[in-house]
Design a protein around this ligand. Structure first.
Ligand code: PLP
Length: 361
């Protein structure tokens, strides 16, 4: 098989060695005569996988002991509703930083259960800029502050983290978790859908500080309650076992590569390759996002017109580079550079971009 360079935004590319391991183990798990996805989620085989995935995540992110790692169904979108169900109520308000489509969706769900105060809304700038965190004025009585560390569709990414004092900071890291080191102690909760940087779709990872669990009201129904999941080590009901199994393999792969310090370096290099192709094109490619907050995970850019964009995408596909079409809401192109995308893929894309610009510029 000739493997494509896969720039899809999510579901997205996974490490080849992980896919091969899944293939090798899939039908006959470790010579046991059954597949892991046929095994009980309460049996030893699965339990080992489950707990190893949690342990590796904790060590990779250097989580303090008072944080739990949960695996839940429903993707990141389900977290948009689970968070206000647990931490917001009609008489309370929460603070939101709206920096793109995902934070917009998250605040729309929160609004159905309580008040939302937009501390920042980048709509007027079409989400091409981010403010400095020191300029943000938070409400000291807010139930929580919510932000999206990397806006997958608009291609912006925070490089600094607000200090929210006693107010819990909740961060949607769906598209940049495990791509860089983060000051976890500033955050009360982090969540991420698995299908961008962690594994296959089907699971969301929730990292939550113990004091948050004491706030979960008894009035919410069982599956919505974080405390119930934490008390049961994410085994209250059947967890998304296949997704968690692959997450475990991806964490082992990441660990072997040198963890987040090594990943950060590679991520910087990959993003630099693509932004250099944009910035050296004399305006042929344009990235609307301000330089100080350009995403290293999702590089968005446009060509001079749609006809050239179509040619660009067709030729890229013919050369084995897929998934470069921009989000349907924005048009243009988007190169998603998640952890599992090899560095060579960004070299190949940058070379192709340079050649294409020379021919058509
Ligand atoms: C993809 C994405 C989501 C939605 O994830 P699902 O798992 O499909 O619900 C939410 N937030 C961000 C930042 C994303 O990139």
């Amino acid at each position: 098989m000739s493997r494509k360079f896969n720039f899809n935004p999510g579901p997205s590319t996974l490490p080849l060695s992980v896919l091969e391991k899944v293939r090798d183990e899939f039908v006959d798990y470790k010579g046991k005569g059954f597949s892991l996805i046929e095994a009980s989620h309460r049996g030893k085989d699965y339990e080992d996988v489950h707990n190893t995935a949690i342990t590796l995540m904790k060590s990779m992110l250097k989580l303090p002991d008072n944080y739990k790692v949960l695996f839940l169904g429903g993707g990141a979108t389900f977290q948009f509703s689970m968070i206000p169900h647990n931490f917001l109520s009609k008489d309370k308000s929460c603070d939101f930083l709206v920096t793109g489509e995902w934070s917009k969706k998250a605040q729309a769900d929160a609004k159905k259960l309580g008040k939302v105060n937009l501390v920042y809304d980048g709509a007027a700038d079409k989400y091409t800029k981010l403010p400095s965190v020191s300029s943000l004025k938070f409400d000291s009585n807010a139930a929580y502050v919510h932000m999206t560390s990397n806006e997958t569709i608009h291609g912006n990414q925070w490089n600094e983290w607000p200090d929210t004092g006693k107010v819990p900071l909740i961060v949607d890291m769906s598209s940049d978790i495990m791509s860089r080191r983060i000051p976890v102690e500033k955050m009360a909760m982090i969540y991420a859908g698995a299908q961008k940087n962690l594994g296959p779709a089907g699971a969301a990872v929730v990292i939550i500080r113990d004091d948050m669990l004491t706030k979960c009201p008894d009035s919410v129904t069982a599956y919505l309650n974080y405390k119930l999941h934490a008390d049961n080590n994410s085994l209250y009901n059947t967890p998304p076992v296949f997704s968690i199994y692959v997450i475990k393999l991806v964490m082992e792969w990441l660990n072997e590569k040198g963890g987040l310090t090594a990943m950060e370096k590679e991520v910087d290099q990959k993003a630099a390759n693509i932004y250099a192709a944009i910035d050296s094109s004399g305006g042929f490619y344009t990235c609307p996002v301000a330089k100080n907050c350009r995403s290293k995970m999702n590089v968005v850019y446009k060509l001079p017109n749609e006809e050239l964009e179509k040619q660009f995408l067709d030729q890229a596909t013919a050369q084995g580079m897929i998934g470069l079409k921009g989000h349907r809401a924005l048009g243009g192109c988007r190169a998603s550079l998640y952890n599992a995308l090899p560095l060579e893929a960004t070299v190949a894309l940058a070379n192709f971009m340079n050649d294409f610009a020379k021919k058509h510029g």
